[in-house]
Design a protein around this ligand. Sequence first.
Ligand SMILES: *Cc1c(COP(=O)(O)O)cnc(C)c1O
Length: 226
Amino acid sequence: MTQIEENILRVMERIEKAARKAGRNPEEIKLVAVSKTVEIARVREAVEAGVLILGENYVQEAQKKIEEIGHPVAWHFIGHLQSNKAKYAVRLFDMIHSLDSIPLAEELDRRAEKEGRTMNVMIEVNLSGETTKFGSEEARTFDIARKVLNLRHLSLAGLMTMPPYFDSPEMSRSYFIQLRELKEKMIKEGVPVKELSMGMSNDFEVAIEEGATYVRVGTAIFGERK
Ligand SMILES: *Cc1c(COP(=O)(O)O)cnc(C)c1O
C-alpha cells in the first residue's frame, strides 16, 4: 500500500468514527481531497486509491491536472475565485465552494449560460466565531443566496467556511456551530441550503460533529505542502 492510500484509509476511518460519535450516517459526509500544489502523479495515486472528489485552489494549476486526469472524479474549486477566471472555472469544475460576492455570482451565471450548464455553488462565509456577532456577514450571505436563487444557471448547494488556523481543533468548533446555525436560519426563511463545507486536516472531526457534509482535507492525505 502506498503512503497516500494508507493516509486516505485513515482519514476515511476517522470520518466514519466522528460521524458515528455524532449519531450521523457516515455516508452523509463527502471527502474532498485537496490537491493544491500536489504533483500529478501523486494526485493520480489518490484517484486510484478511490478518492471521488478533488479540491483545487488555483484555476491554472487545476487545468493541467483536469486535462490529464479527467472526470473519473469530480473537481471542486475551493480557492478565491477572481471574476476574470470565472469562464475557466465554469468549464473545469463541478462545484465552487467559494462564491463570495454578487458580481462573481452574476459572472458565473453568465459564463454557465454560455456553456449551456448549471454551476453548483456554495457561499463562503467569513465568521467571527462568536454567535452574538452574526450581523452583517449574515445579511451578506442572505443577499448572495437570494441572488443565486434568482440566477437560472447557478444552483445553490450550501455554505462553506474556513476558520483561522488553530493548533487545537476545539477552537474551530464555535465557527462550525455558527455556520450550522446560519444554515438552519436560512432554511427557516425559505432559502434552501443543503451542504456545509467545513473542516480541514486539523479539525474535520469537530466539523463533522457540528454537521459538515463536505470536509476538505489536504495535508492528512498528501503530507505537508512545500
Ligand atoms: C488548503 C486548503 C484546505 C486543506 O487544508 P489542509 O490543512 O491541508 O487539510 C482546505 N480548504 C481550503 C479552502 C484550502 O485552501
